[in-house]
Ligand binder design. Structure first.
Ligand code: SAM
Length: 292
């Protein structure tokens, strides 16, 4: 069938056939392993009518697996590399469920893209991400008015560990809080370099970000909350009373920082990496009222 053309086992053949020059700066590492694609579609819990946005479809290995599970659903695949989107069109373009868009995922007006289709009724985001766009892209979709119902993403293993980190360890920081503020992230599987062609220098991880329709946390001022987070981790080796008062993110002096910490019931000598999201929220609310 159609999807056999983009089977992961054919990656090398396709690279040769189209005389592809791999663009490393676009993070082009194509999946050649079937098991991880099966896990990805399983993790996305696809049903026939689903609408899916895929970022960076490349040679279509994941795209084909997604399309196989749909009947009446749609995939919007956004690829920056014109040559690749042309190849994908040649391989899968006859499938009416697939729309290929040649664009930079970081530059797109996503709210327009989503509302122009019927994706605002709900959609899933799937991607084997080029690693240089992981953080900004995840942020864009977490903060979007029309956030996806869930995301299944391949990211660098080390980034997956930071995203899912719990308070107390060295991996816990701005990225953990920025993601966990909006969703429950989980690692589905660690993926070794030889599952890709060419092989990346690092291990990867398949992750799922479980979104909920209600916000997970409430804050009075989201912008101020994230300034507090950046201050806490800007100098992460410092005790909170110092990191909070010595930061360009916040106009607090040491006395104000101490006062907020006391009011929030947090030991001023702790480091930021010890605080749960609930505690950071409490702290930022206290800081905000002291600074106002
Ligand atoms: N999905 C394919 C797979 O799993 O085999 C390819 C994944 S590869 C890691 C990343 C893909 O994203 C490449 O096809 C690359 O050209 C594309 N890409 C890189 N930067 C992009 C951007 N800013 N916007 C959209 N696509 C991008």
């Amino acid at each position: 069938g159609l999807y056999e053309r983009v089977a992961p086992e054919r990656t090398l053949e396709l690279i040769r056939k189209y005389d592809l020059e791999i663009n490393k700066s676009l993070g082009q590492n194509f999946l050649r392993d079937r098991s991880v694609l099966e896990k990805a579609v399983e993790a996305a819990d696809l049903s026939e009518k689903d609408r899916v946005i895929e970022i960076g479809p490349g040679l279509g290995a994941l795209t084909g697996f997604i399309l196989k599970h749909l009947a009446g659903g749609e995939v919007l695949a956004v690829e920056k590399d014109e040559k690749l989107s042309g190849i994908l069109d040649e391989l899968l373009g006859e499938d009416p469920a697939l729309e290929i868009m040649t664009a930079d995922a970081l530059e797109l007006d996503w709210s327009e893209v989503i509302s122009k289709r019927d994706f605002d009724r709900g959609y899933k985001l799937m991607a084997n991400l080029p690693y240089y766009i992981t953080s900004p892209l995840i942020r864009t979709f977490l903060e979007a008015d029309m956030a996806p119902d869930l995301m299944v993403l391949m990211v660098q293993k080390e980034v997956a560990e930071r995203i899912t980190a719990e308070p107390g360890g060295g991996d816990y920081g701005i990225l953990s809080i920025a993601v966990q503020f909006y969703c429950r992230p989980e690692i589905i599987e660690i993926v070794p370099p030889d599952f890709f062609m060419p092989e990346p220098d690092v291990c990867s991880a398949l992750i799922r970000l479980n979104m909920s329709s209600e916000p997970r946390y409430r804050v009075s001022d989201r912008e101020f909350f994230f300034r507090t987070v950046r201050a806490m981790f800007g100098q992460r080796r410092k005790m909170l009373r110092n990191s909070l008062s010595g930061s360009p993110e916040l106009p607090a002096d040491k006395e104000q920082a101490k006062k907020a910490l006391t009011a929030a019931g947090i030991d001023e000598r702790l480091r930021g990496e010890k605080l749960s999201i609930e505690e950071v929220i409490k702290l930022s609310e206290e800081l905000k009222s002291i600074l106002n």
